[in-house]
Design a protein around this ligand. Structure first.
Ligand code: NOJ
Length: 757
C-alpha cells in the first residue's frame, strides 16, 4: 500500500512539474512569437540542407544570408562542432530575433561508429542492444553539434524489391513497434534538453514501405483495416515512446499524397493520436506535390500547411509562397502560427534557447566519437545481427588453422561494409572484410585473397548513379579471366569464403530491384569456386532478402551478414571461427523467387488454403510453378547448437477480460555450444467478424542456454494481445477460439488452443 501511495505521489509530482515546464515553455514562446513578423514565422518553417549528404536533385543555396534574414529554422546534413557553432553564431548574433537553429542529420544506424543496417539490427531481436546502438549514435552525433536524428524509419515492408526495406525492421508490426520504441528511447533518453540526447524523427508517415511493385516513391492504396492493424502501429508506438517529431512520406495514400494529407496529418496524427510534436516533410516533398498533380507551388504549399505540415525540407515552397497565400486569404495566420509554434517548441525542448551551443563540444567530440568502446559495441552487435541461413553437416564454425581464401567483390572493400545511410561513417578508416578478419586471426590462419574478384561487383548496377559514391571499381578484363585467377587462389586454400551479394548502394533509397538474385557474374564466380571441390562458405552481403534458391541448394554454408557497420570484418571472423555463436533471425521473409512477392508470414488463410505438401494443388490458392512457402520464413535463423522445444503448457484454457493465460514451454540446448535463442510467440484468431492473419507475433524472449541446459520460458497472454481493428475501426477482441504458437521461427512451432469468453 505504502509503495502504491509512493508511486502515485511521484507520478503526481512528475505531472505537476511537466505541467509547470510546459506552461513556462508556452509563456516563453508566446512572448517570442509576439515579437515575430509573419515573414520570420515563415522563416522558421524552412529546413535546408548543409549538403554533406544529398538525397535529391535540389540543393540549398544562400544559406548564410537566409539565416541572417531569419529565413531558416533548421539545417540538416552539417556536422562538426566548429562548423555548427559558426553557423549557429550567425543565427544568434546576426538575425533580428536571435532564434537558434536546429541541426538534423540522418543518424540511422550509428553515426561515425556504424552499426549494422536497421534490417540487421532488427535481426538481433535484442531491444536492449538496439537501444544501446541508438544511444551511442546520439552520444557521438550530439558531441558533433547535431540535435535531431531522422530516425527511426518504421515503415513496414513486405516487398524486398523496395531498396529501403534495409532501413526498417522488416515485415512485422509487433516487432517493428518494439524496435521503434527502443530507438526513440536510445536517442532521446529521459531528458531531451540534455547535452547528449537528441530528438527522434519517426518516418516516413505513412505507408512508404507499401509502395506498389516495390518501386521507390510509388503510390500506395490500402484498406483502412489493413492500415490500422498492420502498417500504422509502429508509427504510433514510436510517438507513444515520446518521439518529438515525424516526417511525412513521399507517396500518395489512397489518392492523397502524404505531405498534403489532412486526414493523415491532422485527423489521425493530431486528433486521434494526440501528437504534440513537430511535423516535417521529406526532401522536397512539398514541391513534389506538383508532380503528383495537386497544383502549382503556391497551391501545394498552402495545401501542405493546411494539412498539418509544420516544416518544409529543402524545397522552400513555404518560404516563397506562404506570405502571398496569406495576403490573398488562401491560408490562415493560425496555420502559420501553429507550424511556427511546433518548430519553436522543438528548439525549446532541446534546450537551444537556454544554450544554443549546447551540442557543440569539441573536446567531447574528440574523446568519444569513434571510441574503442563504441567500436567494441559495434562489433558485438554486428556479430549478433548475422543470420546463419544454412549449415550443412556443421560446415561452420571453422577451425583456427590452415589456409582460408576470401574471394569476391565484398572481400576487399572497406567502404562497402557500413551499408546504406551510414552518411557519417569514416569510410576511409573502415576495414575491409579481409583486413578485419586478419586483425582478429593474426597468424593462426593463413588468409589469401584475390583482388581481381572485387571487380565483379554490380555489373548491371554499376552504371547507375549512387547516392554516396561507394561503388566497387571495375576493370575491362574479361570476366572469365578474372574468375580463372580467383579459382587459382581458391585451389591453394583449405576453405573458400565467398564474399558475395549486393554492394551497399544496391539497397537503400532509390535502389529498387526487379530481380533479387546475387548478380549474375558473382553467381558465375560462386559456381567456379564450388567446382574446385573445396568447401565453400558463402558470406552474404545484402540490404534486403534475396532469392537464394540456387545457393541454398548448392552451397554448404550461408552466413548472411547484411552490412554490419564499422566492425564487420572482425565480427564475421568472430562468428565464422566460433568465438560467437550466431543467433540472428530474419525479420523479413526470404522468397524463393520474385513472383512470390508480396510474401509474409502473417498472411490470410483465404477460402482455398493451400496445404503443406509443397506441390501444386488444383483449385487452391497457389502457383503452378512455385510453392507458397518461402525459402526462409520470418523469424528463421540457425545456430551452431540445436534447441528442442517441449509441448506448450497453458495454466488455463479460457480467457476473459479480467484474467490472463500463462503459456510455458521448455527449451533445451541439445547441441555442443552455449548459445542464445529467440523464442517466439504467435497467436491466431480462428473466428472473427473479419478475416484474421494465420499467425501474428505477440511476444518474444531471447534466452541464453549453456550446452545441455534447459529453461522454461513463460508468456502471459491477456485480452489486449487479442485486440484488432474491425472493419468499422473499432478496436476490440472478439470471443471465440484462438491458437497459440511458440517456436524457433514463424514456421517451426508448437501449438495449443484456448478460448476467449
Ligand atoms: C530523403 C529520405 O527519404 C529521408 O529518409 C531522409 O531523412 C531525407 N532524405 C534527408 O536526408
Amino acid at each position: 500500500m505504502k509503495k502504491v501511495v509512493g508511486t502515485c505521489l511521484i507520478a503526481l509530482a512528475f505531472w505537476q512539474s511537466s505541467l509547470a515546464q510546459s506552461s513556462k515553455m508556452d509563456k516563453f514562446i508566446d512572448q517570442l512569437m509576439a515579437k515575430m513578423t509573419v515573414e520570420e514565422k515563415i522563416g522558421q518553417l524552412n529546413l535546408v540542407t548543409g549538403g554533406e549528404a544529398t538525397t535529391g536533385t535540389t540543393v540549398s543555396t544562400d544559406v548564410e544570408s537566409k539565416i541572417q534574414r531569419g529565413q531558416i529554422g533548421g539545417i540538416f546534413s552539417m556536422s562538426t562542432p566548429s562548423k555548427i557553432r559558426q553557423t549557429q553564431e550567425i543565427a544568434v548574433k546576426q538575425s533580428r530575433l536571435k532564434i537558434p537553429i536546429i541541426f538534423g542529420m540522418d543518424v540511422i544506424h550509428g553515426y561515425r561508429t556504424v552499426f549494422p543496417i536497421p534490417l540487421g539490427l532488427a535481426a538481433t531481436w535484442d531491444m536492449d542492444l538496439i537501444q544501446q546502438s541508438a544511444r551511442i549514435a546520439a552520444e557521438e552525433a550530439t558531441a558533433d553539434g547535431i540535435n535531431w536524428a531522422f530516425s527511426p524509419m518504421v515503415d513496414i515492408s513486405r516487398d524486398p524489391r523496395w531498396g529501403r526495406i534495409s532501413e526498417g525492421a522488416g515485415e512485422d508490426t509487433y516487432l517493428s513497434s518494439k524496435v521503434a520504441e527502443a530507438i526513440v528511447h536510445g536517442f532521446q533518453g529521459n531528458n531531451l534538453a540534455a547535452y547528449n540526447t537528441m530528438m527522434a524523427c519517426v518516418k516516413h508517415f505513412a505507408l512508404y514501405g507499401a509502395a506498389e511493385g516495390g518501386r521507390d516513391y510509388n503510390s500506395t492504396d490500402m484498406s483502412l483495416h489493413r492500415m490500422y492493424n498492420e502498417y500504422l502501429p509502429p508509427y504510433k508506438a514510436a510517438l507513444d515512446a515520446g518521439a518529438g517529431s515525424i516526417m511525412t512520406s513521399f507517396n500518395d495514400i489512397n489518392g492523397v499524397p502524404a505531405s498534403a494529407n489532412k486526414w493523415l496529418m491532422t485527423d489521425v496524427l493530431r486528433k486521434q493520436w494526440g501528437f504534440k510534436g513537430l511535423v516535417v516533410t521529406d526532401y522536397t516533398a512539398v514541391n513534389e506535390l506538383m508532380a503528383h498533380g495537386l497544383g502549382d507551388l503556391q497551391q501545394v504549399s498552402a495545401l501542405s500547411l493546411q494539412a498539418g505540415v509544420d516544416m518544409d525540407m529543402v524545397g522552400e515552397g513555404f518560404l516563397t509562397t506562404l506570405k502571398k497565400s496569406l495576403d490573398e486569404g488562401k491560408v490562415k495566420l493560425d496555420d502559420i502560427n501553429r507550424a511556427c509554434r511546433f518548430v519553436l517548441e522543438a528548439k525549446y525542448k532541446l534546450g537551444l534557447f537556454e544554450d544554443p551551443y549546447r551540442y557543440c563540444n569539441e573536446q567531447r567530440a574528440q574523446s568519444i566519437i569513434g571510441s574503442p568502446a563504441h567500436h567494441e559495441k559495434a562489433r558485438e552487435i554486428a556479430a549478433k545481427s548475422f543470420v546463419l541461413l544454412k549449415n550443412e553437416n556443421q560446415a561452420l564454425p571453422l577451425k583456427k588453422s590452415g589456409t582460408v581464401a576470401v574471394i569476391g567483390p565484398l572481400a576487399n572493400s572497406g567502404p562497402n561494409m557500413p551499408g546504406t545511410w551510414s552518411v557519417s561513417a569514416e569510410l576511409d578508416k573502415t576495414a575491409s572484410l579481409v583486413e578485419g578478419m586478419k586483425s582478429v586471426l593474426g597468424n593462426k590462419v593463413n588468409i589469401l585473397t584475390h583482388l581481381g574478384s572485387n571487380l565483379l561487383a554490380d555489373s548491371t548496377y554499376q552504371k547507375h548513379a549512387t547516392m554516396f559514391g561507394r561503388t566497387i571499381a571495375r576493370d575491362p578484363r574479361k570476366e572469365e579471366d578474372i574468375i580463372a585467377e580467383a579459382v587459382k587462389t581458391a585451389q591453394q586454400a583449405d576453405i573458400v569464403i565467398a564474399a558475395l551479394g549486393e554492394s551497399s548502394e544496391m539497397s537503400g533509397e532509390s535502389s529498387s530491384r526487379s530481380e533479387l538474385d546475387i548478380p549474375k557474374n558473382q553467381q558465375d564466380l560462386l559456381k567456379a569456386l564450388l567446382a574446385t571441390g573445396k568447401p565453400v562458405v558463402l558470406v552474404l552481403f545484402t540490404g534486403r532478402p534475396l532469392t537464394l534458391t540456387w545457393e541454398d541448394a548448392h552451397v554448404p554454408a550461408i552466413l548472411n551478414v547484411w552490412f554490419g557497420g564499422s566492425e564487420t570484418g572482425k565480427a564475421v571472423a568472430d562468428v565464422l571461427f566460433g568465438d560467437i555463436v550466431p543467433s540472428g533471425k530474419i525479420t523479413a521473409t526470404f522468397p524463393r523467387n520474385v513472383g512470390q512477392i508480396p510474401i509474409y508470414y502473417a498472411h490470410k488463410n483465404t477460402g482455398r488454403p493451400y496445404g503443406n505438401s509443397g506441390d501444386f494443388e488444383k483449385f487452391k490458392s497457389n502457383y503452378l510453378d512455385v510453392s507458397n512457402t518461402p525459402l526462409y520464413p520470418f523469424g528463421y535463423g540457425l545456430s551452431y547448437t540445436t534447441f528442442t522445444y517441449s509441448d506448450i503448457r497453458l495454466d488455463r484454457n479460457t480467457l476473459d477480460s479480467n484474467s490472463s493465460i500463462q503459456a510455458s514451454i521448455d527449451i533445451s540446448n541439445t547441441g555442443d555450444y552455449d548459445a542464445e535463442e529467440t523464442v517466439q510467440l504467435y497467436i491466431q484468431d480462428l473466428v472473427g467478424s473479419v478475416t484474421r492473419p494465420v499467425k501474428e507475433l505477440k511476444g518474444f524472449q531471447k534466452i541464453f542456454l549453456k550446452k545441455g541446459e534447459q529453461k522454461t520460458v513463460k508468456f502471459e497472454i491477456q485480452i489486449k494481445d487479442l485486440k484488432f481493428y474491425d472493419n468499422n475501426l473499432n478496436y476490440l477482441a472478439e470471443p471465440g477460439d484462438f491458437k497459440i504458437y511458440i517456436g524457433t521461427n514463424s514456421r517451426d512451432v508448437k501449438e495449443k488452443e484456448f478460448k476467449l469468453l
